[in-house]
Design a protein around this ligand. Structure first.
Ligand code: PEP
Length: 251
């Protein structure tokens, strides 16, 4: 049985006090949910305060990015070690906004993933095709490339600390959601790829989240699919009640 995982990616939103208030409101709403992992991913500036607010609850804290060096002359970057110091157990690597706005390559993302894992972090690793790639029949090629290049050099044992997040770029922040069937199709393809690369046991165990305009009212239908093991949520994670409703849909 794969334990569902619901994570909120706050992106560049919520000041420190707003993030703390959200977590304070979220804690009682999910206090009785013990069969779902719940993670919130604030901006770097709010990590420490949010982690302190979440301490002792079943809300975990993640970051949205991490660099490939532990410390030193890397102006503007932040390492897994400093994220851990701020109370972070998780980090998102490979979000489509970092791939497509910040220009992060498969090779860099692979390096980031391996470095974060080596530092002892748990990683949500994002994959997903652009609309023109889907329309051009390239979807499976893109997913294959992102998985093969992204997970290069990992062992099956490493995958215990990796969650894959399938986020079709055309569904992120657009209000357009993949249908449960579209999501399931890619999740099945992705799991088969993991089986090919790391064996059947690793493939059966790895959790694959869906992300892309998940809301309280479409979460249950998406979650009903066998290979949808949770969600990475953007907009609907910015309010405690809508995020908690998505957590409850996966309970
Ligand atoms: C995301 O940024 O990971 C995301 C899925 O955003 P939204 O839920 O707003 O589409």
């Amino acid at each position: 049985m794969r334990k569902p995982i619901i994570a909120g990616n706050w992106k560049m939103n919520l000041k420190i006090a707003e993030g703390v208030a959200l977590v304070e409101a979220l804690k009682p709403l999910v206090a009785d949910v013990d069969n779902v992992e719940v993670v919130v991913c604030p901006m770097f500036t709010a990590l420490d305060a949010v982690a302190k607010a979440a301490a002792g609850s079943n809300v975990q804290v993640g970051a949205q990015n991490a660099y490939v060096k532990a410390s030193g002359a890397y102006t503007g970057e932040i390492s897994p070690q400093f994220l851990q110091d701020a109370g972070c157990a998780w980090v998102i690597i490979g979000h489509s906004e970092r791939r497509h706005i910040l220009g992060e390559t498969d090779a860099l993302l692979n390096e980031k993933l391996r470095f974060a894992l080596a530092a002892g972090m748990k990683v949500m690793f994002c994959i997903g095709e652009l609309l023109e790639e889907r329309k051009g029949g390239l979807m499976n090629d893109v997913i294959r490339r992102q998985v093969v290049e992204g997970l290069k050099g990992l062992t099956a044992a490493d995958l215990a600390n990796v969650v894959l997040a399938y986020e079709p770029v055309w569904a992120i922040g657009t209000g357009e959601t993949a249908s449960p069937e579209q999501a399931e199709e890619v999740h099945v393809f992705t799991r088969a790829l993991v089986a090919e690369l790391f064996g059947a046991d690793a493939a059966a165990a790895i959790r694959i989240q869906y992300g892309g305009s998940v809301k309280a009212d479409n979460a249950a239908e998406l979650f009903s699919k066998e290979n949808v093991d949770g969600f990475l949520v953007g907009g609907a994670a910015l309010k405690a009640d809508s995020f908690a409703a998505i957590v409850k849909a996966a309970r």
